[in-house]
Design a protein around this ligand. Structure first.
Ligand code: NAD
Length: 378
């Protein structure tokens, strides 16, 4: 038996920030991205909360938030009885807020608090997932905290908030959406339900991400990418992810490449590995997995007349999208040195194998397989 649970109420579209007016006399803990503070967007959003609400604002968020940020956030509330955690920002701010919410509750704080998320990137889907990715900077590892307890109660999806994203972050976060959807689609836990969500997200990314990248003010493209991000989040929240994310978590903590960019670099190599497509010997091909990639290739307009061709065409499509978005195609092109790569690769391969996302990868990897993938991505 499978159980699927969608808890988060979604308010979608222009004007959805009005939903914040429903809250009165709350003790609000606002966890927001620092960019929003300096750009003035945070004040405009908080203006929707009426004056009966008391608030503490925490904006010391850094990308890939470390444990120290989670501790500092909880401390900033100084033991106040928080009734509403309002997270506003990209995955880093929302994940940090989710972890603060979780650990504060464990300490007997934030007892009856609810969780609201307002994403300002179109990437992680964190507003609808029970994942929070926290970095242990000392150990050089990222830990996905996975529990239903951190699923937001309400998410507000207003694409006006992503109009300020620069092209490089639009590209990185957009490729994260694609990775979520493709990994959910080939996951060992994929179902008809997650497939439907992933398929729609994949189509939207191929159609609208280049437009959002070329013209950040294209509100239709922004709205579609914002929806794609949440759809992909809903897909992987039931189907989970795979080795692409397992490696990205492990390598991201070492190399500090933006999460979506790292996923993008790894994606063609992971697809190749999962399908086990060897041009010299087709017999080894993982046919069931290759068929799933063939379905995706067809979805985005290729004829993909055989599973092997489908895999190749999907890889081509991903590489073409990377080019359209001016993204690096390898770790070395991003600027990782051979020396740093060689120093960390073994540790990354071991950490990737233990990462929770790797469990649902359609092909069971070994450390030496992961080293091979890393080498080809270098
Ligand atoms: P991010 O939150 O780190 O933000 C990236 C950059 O964008 C930051 O510099 C930020 O200041 C800036 N930014 C945010 N909103 C902006 C806006 N509207 N305009 C201009 N700049 C803006 O990036 P992200 O990709 O959204 O999140 C990445 C994090 O999320 C990683 O830690 C990753 O591991 C995690 N993650 C979580 C999940 C999940 O389900 N919880 C899924 C995937 C990734």
């Amino acid at each position: 038996m499978d159980k699927i649970f969608y808890k988060t109420e979604l308010c979608i579209g222009s004007g959805s920030l009005e939903e914040l007016r429903r809250f009165h006399k709350e003790s609000v803990f606002v966890v927001a991205d620092p960019f929003l503070k300096t750009s003035g967007q945070l004040d405009s959003i908080l203006a929707y909360l009426d004056e009966s609400n008391d608030r503490v604002v925490f904006t010391d968020i850094v990308p890939d938030p470390p444990i120290e940020t989670v501790v500092a956030g909880i401390q900033a509330t100084q033991g106040r009885e928080i009734s509403l955690v309002l997270s506003i920002g990209g995955g880093s701010a929302i994940d940090a807020a989710k972890a603060m919410y979780y650990f504060a509750k464990k300490q007997g704080l934030f007892k009856d608090a609810i969780m609201v998320a307002i994403p300002t990137t179109s990437g992680t889907g964190s507003e609808v997932t029970d994942f929070s990715v926290i970095t242990d900077a000392q150990k050089g590892t990222k830990y996905p905290l996975v529990t239903r307890e951190i699923l937001p109660d309400l998410a507000i999806l207003d694409a006006d908030l992503v109009l300020s994203l620069p092209p490089n972050i639009t590209a990185d976060t957009g490729m994260d959406v694609l990775t979520h959807a493709i990994e959910a689609y080939v996951s060992t836990k994929a179902s008809d339900f997650s497939d439907a969500l992933a398929e729609k997200a994949i189509k939207l990314v191929f159609e609208y991400l280049p437009r959002a990248y070329q013209n950040g003010q294209d509100i239709e493209a922004r709205e579609k990418m914002h929806a794609a991000s949440t759809l992909a989040g809903m897909a992987f929240n039931t189907a989970s992810l795979g080795l692409n994310h397992g490696v990205a978590h492990a390598a991201g903590a070492k190399f500090h490449v933006p999460h979506g960019r790292l996923n993008s670099i790894l994606m063609p190599h992971i697809i190749q590995y999962n399908a086990n497509l060897n041009p010299r010997d087709r017999r080894q091909m993982n046919k069931d997995v290759a068929k799933r990639y063939q379905d995706i290739a067809r979805l985005i307009g290729y004829q993909a007349s055989s599973p092997a061709l489908g895999v190749r065409q999907l890889i081509e499509a991903v590489k073409r999208l990377q080019k359209q978005l001016d993204m690096p195609a390898s770790l070395s092109a991003y600027g990782i040195s051979r020396m740093d790569f060689d120093t960390d690769k073994e540790q990354i391969a071991h950490a990737a194998l233990l990462d929770g996302c790797t469990v649902t990868n359609p092909r069971v990897p070994t450390v030496s397989d992961i080293l091979g993938i890393l080498e080809s991505a270098f």
